[in-house]
Design a protein around this ligand. Structure first.
Ligand code: PLP
Length: 375
């Protein structure tokens, strides 16, 4: 059996979540916007799901909007605020996911003044540069909660305070931290927050966006009255139920799951240090328990990934969205690596379904593949 070490790209659907979704893929098929009882049964399930998510985010149910994915949540947060604001500047960081960076590019193409702030070599946003970039014309500051390539956690509290000091709104892409960190939006001090179910053992194709009450947000879609008329479209009841169920499990099992995945990751990193030369870990500071980004200093990451896949170990170079192309990761470049160095990095991301035996198997495969490549 292959060893899957790419949980930052996506996770398998939890069997308990699938079970909770099943009625809404079958007998309870009503359109949640219909007034008859079949529709209302679906709407009740959506209402319960919204309340569950709100309880975890420590907000009210009417501050939770369901979307089709993390990308959509990010797009809506950025474009929705930009279009509804009189201010014209958007500030973000060089290590954001493309869902944020390319949306910012589109906003820049449409006349917005976008400032992309650098990060340190450790992979942490430069707070001085962030503070300097935010001015009285800034509508929104968007800083991710943790980076998907390095796992490095960003100083959200400080970043949000800098935004608020200038009257700007603050958005965080919490796609990698949902289910891993308690996402109390009050404690985090955020106005908008994105998450995506498939990163925490929920279904693909469903996400959520928290929008603090009072934040002015332009429509994402024009259509029916769903999501207060801001995002029309018939509800995907099963997916929404799956998101809420997966988030609830992840929240209640967070401590044990985090300790377990960290123990697998640490054992893997220790093993690499013991058995392999010329490796270094990318990023410094507080990190997601699951993610390990390693630079194999004299080897092409793509070659190693291909060899590992042949040997039954599935990992990733950079983010999954760009893994198909041979472009060096913008995150690693932003941390100061040159193109060649950035192409030597491989991301291993562990999950609750991995075992210590698989860690050993993966280590053996890395040693064998490196031996062949280096010779
Ligand atoms: N933001 C981050 C940090 C991510 O890691 C991802 C997915 O890799 C996304 C956004 C996009 O999420 P989705 O795949 O649900 O569109």
């Amino acid at each position: 059996m292959a060893v899957y070490l790419d949980h930052a790209a996506t996770t398998a659907l939890d069997a308990r979540v699938l079970q909770a979704m099943m009625p809404y893929l079958g007998a309870v098929f009503g359109n949640a916007s219909s007034v008859h009882s079949a529709g209302q049964e679906a709407m009740h399930a959506i209402d319960r799901s919204r309340e569950k998510v709100a309880a975890i985010l420590r907000c009210t149910a009417d501050e939770v909007y369901f979307t089709s994915c993390g990308t959509e949540s990010d797009n809506w947060a950025l474009c929705g605020v930009a279009q509804a604001s009189k201010r014209k500047r958007i500030v973000t960081t060089a290590i954001e996911h493309h869902a944020v960076l390319r949306t910012c590019q589109a906003l820049a193409d449409n006349g917005f003044d976008v400032v992309v702030v650098p990060v340190t070599q450790a992979g942490i946003v430069d707070l001085d540069a962030l503070g300097a970039a935010i001015d009285d014309n800034t509508a929104l500051v968007s800083v991710m909660h943790a980076n998907n390539e390095t796992g490095i956690v960003q100083p959200i509290l400080q970043a949000a305070a800098l935004a608020h000091a200038k009257g700007a709104l603050f958005h965080t892409d919490a796609v990698q931290t949902a289910g891993v960190y308690p996402l109390d939006v009050q404690a985090l001090g955020v106005d908008l927050l994105s998450l995506s179910a498939h990163k925490f053992y929920g279904p693909k194709g469903v996400g959520a966006l928290y929008v603090r009450k009072g934040v002015r947000l332009a429509n994402l879609l024009w259509g029916g009255s769903q999501e207060k008329g801001l995002r029309g479209g018939t509800y995907n009841t099963a997916a929404i139920v799956g998101l809420a169920e997966a988030l609830s499990f992840a929240q209640s099992e967070m401590q044990a799951d985090n300790a377990y995945t960290a123990s697998l990751r640490d054992a893997f990193w220790q093993g690499l240090n013991d058995k392999v030369h010329s490796v270094c870990r990318m990023g410094e500071g507080e990190s997601l328990p699951s993610v390990l980004n390693v630079r194999f200093c004299d080897v092409s990451g793509a070659t190693l990934l291909f060899a590992l896949d042949q040997a039954g170990v599935q990992a990733s170079a950079g983010s999954a969205c760009t893994a198909g192309s041979l472009v060096a990761s913008h995150v690693l470049r932003a941390m100061g690596l040159d193109e060649g160095q950035a192409m030597q990095c491989v991301r291993f991301s562990f999950g609750k379904d991995n075992t210590m035996q698989q860690v050993q198997q993966a280590l053996d495969a890395v040693v064998a593949c490196l031996g062949r490549i280096r010779s």
